[in-house]
Write a protein that binds this ligand. Sequence first.
Ligand code: ADP
Length: 457
Amino acid sequence: MNTVTRRWLQRLGGFASTEGERVAGRLDAIRAGYVFCGILCTACVVLDWAILGRVTLTTLPARCVWGGTMVLLGLFSRTPPDEQSWHATIVAVVTAFCFPVLVLQTGGAQSPLFFWNIAIPLCFMAIAHGDLRAVAVSTVLNAVGVMVIVGSGGGGLVKAALWGGLSVIAGVTGMYGTYAHHRVLQAKLRHERERAETLRQLAESERRRGRFERLALLGQLAAGVAHEINNPLAYVSSNLRYLEEMGARGETCAPEELAEIHRESRLGVARINQIVRDLMSFARDDSSDADTRSSTAEVVAEALRLGRPKLQAGVRVIDEVPAQLAPVRLAKGRFVQVVLNLLTNAVDATAATAAPNGPELRLSAREHEETVILHVEDNGPGIPEHVLERLFEPFFTTKPTGLGTGLGLALCREYVERVGGTITAENREGGGARFIVTLPMERPASLGSVSGPGVAA
Ligand code: ADP
């Protein structure tokens, strides 16, 4: 099925994906209805010939005006043929003139077409799509037309009034049907708008939740970050002070010493720069990032740099992630958040470890079929069975109030599953916990074709 056909079917079937598409689909259906009715109206000239018993052009002008108006409105009108438009009313007026002409041309009140006058307001109920004004205009003009036909055929005032009354009854029924249709349509539109608004709010609150957890993680690192920056800052400023004092004493620095001071200071500034850049890129909301792939080794290195303040407390980190792994289908910022969360949890868990070698974290990764599998292991106390069951539940935490939000692992799972990956946890045989993150590879061939199932990852 090609794209155009699918879009048409989506529109007409009412399962278009956006409200705009649904509205456009409804208007397209109304336009198509006009064109169809216009062609049918004109083609019914054959009916006139059957009634008259001969092929004649007499009724063709009225048929062409009637049908042509509908076709032109359906095909060329630039304003949308919705309930606020005059399309249906124009058709009602043209019908009110053309139909009596046709009836009179095919035998007046004796013409089989005459009995159609009852059906006309009802037909409008179907094609006016909730436009009450058009049905009312059609009812009034149609009743007048019927009375003119009956009167001109010598039917008398009473008979004309009787037919006019019947026509009005049919019109009122049509008006009621139109009103009910209008109400249903409005309710449906309201429901769709509310649904779209709810989805928008949901996406927004999800984005905020991710940002909240991100900032909470940053908060945990903040104290250590200050210390991280202080170190290089201290030796950069001590170097500058040394140079200042030398200058004040009128002494000159030996070129080798100056080069060493310069090298040391540059390293310090580069380190501060790196820390600030990492923090800023982590704090940035990258949910709209176009690049949805990342390198596991780079992500782990960045998470380790960011987590350094927390890891420094005597934690041994073994990074065994090979640099040449295939890229994975997860935006870098999100992936760093996942790894950083696993690292901070592991540090918290190993804080009181009784292992002889002290706290230890191990990160390793490998390719398996079309995925990259990352292991984050620690030698902490492991995860109790009752915690393991609820580990990924939002707001589940065993940490004291103010320290844990319980959102970290829930978000990790959300980010990973959105791109078709998985995250699980288990206890290691030798003690400690192991988190396994499996992510689909993003092969260059599939670039641009897959970026997660429609949700900003
Ligand atoms: P938070 O860290 O805010 O508590 P998480 O969703 O990140 O929220 O973690 C939920 C819970 O999972 C933690 O409170 C902890 O009990 C448990 N947990 C996570 N990682 C480990 C680990 N490496 N070892 C033991 N327990 C863990």
